[in-house]
Write a protein that binds this ligand. Structure first.
Ligand code: CTP
Length: 416
């Protein structure tokens, strides 16, 4: 199996714990994808998992014997379970059955997998898969909430066809998508890691859409998912930066090591970004609303207010990026903007670079399938005074890493 020199999970030591469900066979593919992403993988299986897939299959794909029990003297001699718990830089439980989630939530250690999870301080991610009624049962809902409250990353499940002809939320997320979510959730660099490219610098990133409220039930918003900005924040943190992430309304996990400030409107975003300064770098990846309703109606606007048509009076929001760029004297070394365009990308991006007095602008095409706002992939071009660089289509996580490298180059001033 060829392992790329740099992948979104490059060098991470991942312990994959496989639970006993019909989706266990997909964990085989997950091992492959994790290794393709650059991770070293060891596998532990519950007794139930071994009824669906053999340990030998996992051994063949991971390159290590799969661990199956606490009571295996041979395995304990090679690497004791506590040593394996220490080895892991992160633990991924996939598929996580309802029973396994319950045992993890309650801190049980009645088999190898739960003991490993309890004995490790590594960040834990669970990828649930089960019948939809089990997923929606109040007991499972409470267990998942408890795990989330402890910072456990919950990936999926997806909605769709389940075993036995049923359908609903409970499908294991696809292995590729699991890798994308794991990589978005940065693991803090270990003490032995070399200093990152942004070591010692403070970076403020804004991400996601803004919602401009019309009345208590309606708002004007946009389709930004926040994925690109979150990936950039995660990548900057991996490179040693102190990161403040000002996030509009999105459903994304906070990358570890990142301080997150949640906001809703453009005005709140502007205040939160200003409060996060001084900083060395500002990266404006948010899709900020350009207009907001002139007046907010404290009561729900009734149909009778408008008749067949209804005009809403909108006023311009502050341009956060321009305001920040004007504050270059406040210690800012680099201001980076994004430009989401449907046409004339290069022209519009270059004119925003100049008009907003930016050091770097990243332009991408929106409104095409497979790229832009809601997609996991993107293609983009970065422009700076006197130069440009194309980033061919790739997962947003990879692009975020490439962008952070470019930011570091521009800071050093060695990119022309
Ligand atoms: N931006 C901002 N505040 C606003 C509007 C935009 O900080 N009120 C920032 C965005 O975060 C992005 C950049 O400006 O980094 C460009 O945003 P974009 O929506 O592409 O451009 P606009 O300036 O809004 O211009 P237009 O909508 O006319 O393309």
């Amino acid at each position: 199996m060829s392992v790329p020199a740099s992948g979104p999970l490059q060098g991470q030591r991942i312990l994959l714990c496989v639970g006993g469900g019909i989706a266990a066979y997909k964990a085989l593919e997950l091992v492959r994808r994790l290794r393709d992403a650059g991770a070293a993988v060891q596998v532990a299986m519950t007794a139930g998992a071994q009824r669906f897939v053999t340990p030998l299959s996992f051994q063949a794909l991971s390159g290590h014997p799969a661990r199956t029990t606490l009571w295996d003297e041979g395995a304990e001699q090679a690497m004791g379970h506590l040593e394996l718990a220490r080895w892991a830089e992160r633990i991924v439980v996939a598929p996580a059955t309802a029973d396994l989630l319950a045992r993890l939530a309650h801190g049980q250690a009645d088999d190898l997998v739960t003991t490993l999870c309890l004995a490790s301080t590594a960040p834990l991610a669970v990828v649930p898969a089960m019948n939809h009624r089990m997923w929606q049962h109040p007991a499972t809902v409470a267990n998942v909430a408890l795990l989330r409250s402890r910072g456990v990353q919950v990936i999926g499940p997806d909605d769709g066809p389940l075993a036995e002809g049923e359908s609903g939320p409970g499908r294991l997320r696809e292995p590729d998508a699991i890798v994308v979510e794991l990589a978005a959730f940065a693991v803090p660099a270990t003490a032995t890691a070399p200093p990152g490219l942004l070591q010692g610098l403070k970076v403020v990133v804004s991400a996601g859409p803004t919602y401009e409220d019309l009345d208590p039930v309606r708002y004007l918003g946009n389709r930004s998912s926040g994925k690109m900005g979150f990936a950039v924040a995660a990548s900057a943190a991996r490179q040693g930066a102190q990161v403040v992430l000002v996030a509009g309304p999105v459903h994304l996990a906070t990358p570890p090591g990142v301080r997150r400030v949640d906001v809703r409107s453009a005005a709140q975003m502007r205040d939160a970004v200003a409060a996060a300064l001084p900083a060395d770098i500002y990266i404006g990846a948010a899709a900020v609303a350009d207009y907001t309703p002139r007046a907010y109606s404290p009561n729900k606007i009734k149909k009778t207010a408008g008749g067949q048509t209804l005009a809403v009076d909108l006023v311009r929001t502050p341009d956060i990026l321009s305001e920040i760029a004007d504050r270059h004297d406040a210690g800012l070394k680099l201001v980076v903007g994004f430009a989401a365009e449907t046409d004339n990308i290069a022209d519009y991006a270059r004119s925003k670079l100049v008009a907003k007095r930016l050091d770097l602008i990243v332009a991408n095409r929106v409104g095409v399938p497979g790229a832009g706002f809601e997609s996991d992939d993107n293609a983009m071009t970065a422009y700076w005074p006197g130069g440009e660089r194309d980033f061919p289509p790739a997962p947003k996580l990879r692009l975020a890493d490439d962008l952070v490298h470019l930011v570091a180059e521009r800071l050093r001033g060695d990119t022309r």
